[in-house]
Ligand binder design. Sequence first.
Ligand SMILES: NC(=O)C1=CN([C@@H]2O[C@H](COP(=O)(O)OP(=O)(O)OC[C@H]3O[C@@H](n4cnc5c(N)ncnc54)[C@H](O)[C@@H]3O)[C@@H](O)[C@H]2O)C=CC1
Ligand SMILES: O=C(O)[C@@H]1CCC=N1
Length: 277
Amino acid sequence: MKIGMIGTGNMGKILIEALLESKAISPADLLIQNRTLAKAIQIKEIYPAVTVLKTAKKVAQNADLIFLCVKPHDVFSVASDIAPYLSADKCVVSITSPINTEQLENAVSCSVARIIPSITNRALCGVALFSYGSNCTQEWKQALSTLFNNFSTPTEIADNITRVASDIVSCGPAFFSYLTQRFIDGAVEETEIDADTATKLASEMLIGLGQLLEKGYYTLPTLQEKVSVKGGVTGEGINVLEKNIGDTFNQLFQATQHKFEEDLQLVKNSLVIHKNI
Ligand SMILES: NC(=O)C1=CN([C@@H]2O[C@H](COP(=O)(O)OP(=O)(O)OC[C@H]3O[C@@H](n4cnc5c(N)ncnc54)[C@H](O)[C@@H]3O)[C@@H](O)[C@H]2O)C=CC1
Ligand SMILES: O=C(O)[C@@H]1CCC=N1
């Protein structure tokens, strides 16, 4: 199977690295293209057997499975460029949350899916959020799930939880990096620890925490219970968190939902521009 990647920015590159490093596919089966071709050529310098193509049209003609790894407002423009070259047996996958599978099915006449990846997939772990188009064949559903299983946990989601699921899976690494940074900054400001040492200790702690969860030794509540010795220091710290976090995370999810509404409207506007699809 030939896989085409249109858009080799942040996420396109991460998907390429995950596909190749997990050995899900061989570099000779990968066809890549980007508006600024230099970005695709840089990837070929690392994986010489990858083919760089000059146009999205050529990717559509030569690949069986085509990933659209462009920003939401560019998806319909690319879809309309490639639509004439897609036979019914191919599959198009978009990786962005504000575009649903129904809109993709209206744009191209083949199997479609939306798969929202996560930066964690770069470490060959974490979740990828799956939504299949209503006309997506069983063969493609199976093939996509098998492919992503090499470097993620493919998880099918209902449309109504798209935003929150993507907030947790895809935005989550940024949110928790931010919180960890504030944790480190606080330690440095309030004590004699230096930033490098605090960063190293905090990073190792997070890796260990991930391993504990992966191995299933503790749930999140039992983990807190085990560390919070009665009358000890952890309890004092948890009290501060309880007092101050308040409804921060409610506000966070409200803000992302609000932004999502704006993104959905922008997508609708870009659909009007490409009203031929
Ligand atoms: N960054 C992340 O962690 C995640 C991103 N996504 C989604 O991935 C999509 C892409 O995001 P990023 O990779 O961060 O953006 P990016 O801006 O880094 O990459 C987009 C790439 O598409 C290229 N491009 C634009 N129009 C094109 C065209 N007509 N033909 C070929 N290439 C074209 C650009 O040159 C750029 O390299 C977004 O829609 C985002 O929602 C999804 C999950 C996670
Ligand atoms: O489309 C999305 O929801 C993802 C989350 C991070 C960036 N884009």
